[in-house]
Ligand binder design. Structure first.
Ligand code: ATP
Length: 439
């Protein structure tokens, strides 16, 4: 059996649509550029991913969670620097009017869309924040922003969380939530969109200890991606150096994944110093200091190391990584498989009665299995076609109910990856699955 990996993003886009993972937003109206809707399988996969992140990040002594509002006081974004500085350099092709982010292309090359040479305008700063108005009166005071990152909801709640949860440094606050950026050139499917979800954690610590915290979180985050099943040779570090380093950071590095369009950022790990808390203290006039009872009651503004991963980008990496085309020369035997780690697979097990006549025992089995695992029941089409469908959505196990089941009270379990089959008794199905899906 030979196999190949995902070759182009369009194969994944079409599988995602065909199998109910991801649809174009507002498709019946012709779609809305760079906006995507997660279908029934996409939402399961995304929920599994978020749950794994939440468990890894908050089922520990030193991290707690929040869920902050998307709208925030507009001064938050003044203080954070987003109003004045959250810009990307934008250039236009004078010939075809296509718009590009200057730092993502080589402006000395011809326009990628129309091929015109020397046709670019000078770069202009473009602010990426979306804004809208709050309340019925439209004036300057009613202007609010859709948050471009979840982090600020954590910074402004630092003292609320620290005091109510009686936390001592170092401790972290984690959050999963939507963020919005009016990206100049969104694209590559769900890699860069204007509405996306972030999973962020800000770790507050004593100034001077940021280096070791950075190392600790780098290791934790790298291993988390490996535990999700991403192949190590598809991951690499991209440390920020020189101009790349944001003005408020004293160190930063990205975890990059090799997407079909090449290696690109999936997660950022940043040592943000005390920049954000200091800014909020200054702009709000409220003290955001920590009282260090373990160090002579000194008061200081903590430093922060953050880990920030895009949920959608991470999901794209998982789907790209799991995608395999298997063939043995014979077109009939070709199959596409999403080899998800079983803990992330949207559907864990499928119950497939061979014939309609076998529905009764099959439905009984399905009801039992469904008490424990996200399961699917499928009666339509040949058994081979049904296996192919489950392969394409990454279901680790199929349970086939056949005529022998009526005699021997047993079913065939088919393994997604090896396609091997074994017979197990109906009584033992849940135990078998518990054993195989232990995580
Ligand atoms: P980029 O350089 O790709 O624009 P960034 O460095 O601005 O990204 P951060 O501000 O560090 O990104 O955001 C943290 C994470 O949020 C990124 O690593 C990415 O996974 C995710 N993210 C950022 N922008 C987008 C977007 N437009 N669409 C999807 N995910 C995004």
């Amino acid at each position: 059996m030979s196999e190949s990996n995902l070759k182009s993003m369009s194969d994944l886009v079409s599988l995602s649509k065909r199998r109910g993972f991801i649809f174009q937003s507002s498709e019946v109206y012709g779609g809305l550029q760079s906006c995507w809707d997660y279908g029934p399988l996409g939402v399961e996969l995304k929920n599994n991913l978020k749950e794994r992140w939440w468990k890894a990040m908050t089922f520990r002594d030193d991290v707690v969670g929040v869920d902050a509002s998307i709208f925030m006081h507009p001064t938050v974004w003044k203080a954070s620097g987003h109003v004045d500085g959250f810009n990307d350099p934008m250039i236009d092709c004078k010939n075809c009017k296509e718009r590009y982010r200057e730092d993502k292309i080589d402006p000395s090359q011809p326009c990628q869309k129309c091929g015109a040479k020397d046709s670019f305008t000078e770069a202009r700063d473009f602010n990426l924040m979306f804004n809208t108005q709050m309340g019925p009166v439209e004036d300057d005071k009613s202007k609010v922003y859709l948050r471009p990152e979840t982090a600020q909801g954590i910074f402004v709640n630092f003292l609320n969380v620290q005091t109510t949860m009686r936390k001592k440094l170092p401790f972290g606050i984690a959050q999963i939530g939507k963020a919005f950026r009016n990206e100049i050139s969104p694209g590559n499917f769900i890699f860069r969109t204007r509405e996306f979800e972030q999973m962020e954690m800000q770790y507050f610590l004593k100034p001077g200890t940021q280096k070791e915290a950075m190392e600790q979180w780098k290791e934790i985050r790298w291993n988390w991606h490996l535990e999700n099943g991403l192949r190590p040779d598809k991951l690499r570090w991209h440390p920020h150096e020189g101009n790349e380093l944001a003005h408020y950071a004293d160190a930063a590095t990205d975890i990059e994944y090799e997407f079909p369009h090449g290696f690109d950022e999936m997660e950022g790990i940043h040592s943000r110093t005390d920049f954000d808390l200091k800014q909020h203290q200054e702009f709000s006039g409220k003290k955001l200091e920590y009282l260090d009872t373990q160090d002579n009651n000194k008061k200081y503004i903590p430093y922060v190391v953050e880990t920030s991963v895009g949920c959608d980008r991470c999901l794209l990496a998982l789907m790209s990584d799991a995608y395999r085309l298997e063939f043995e020369g014979d077109k009939e035997k070709e199959r596409t498989v999403l080899k998800f780690d079983p803990k992330l697979a949207p559907i864990k097990v499928a119950v497939l009665p061979l014939m309609k006549k076998l529905e009764e025992p099959a439905k009984k089995l399905f009801a039992e299995v469904q008490k424990h695992y996200r399961a699917e029941y499928d009666l339509a089409g040949s058994i081979g076609k049904r296996y192919r469908r489950q392969d394409e959505i990454g279901t680790p196990f199929c349970l086939t109910v056949d005529f022998d089941t009526l005699e021997d009270q047993a079913v065939t379990v088919r393994d997604r990856d090896s396609m091997s089959q074994e017979r197990i008794s109906l009584d033992n199905v849940v135990n078998y699955l518990n054993d195989k899906l232990k995580f």
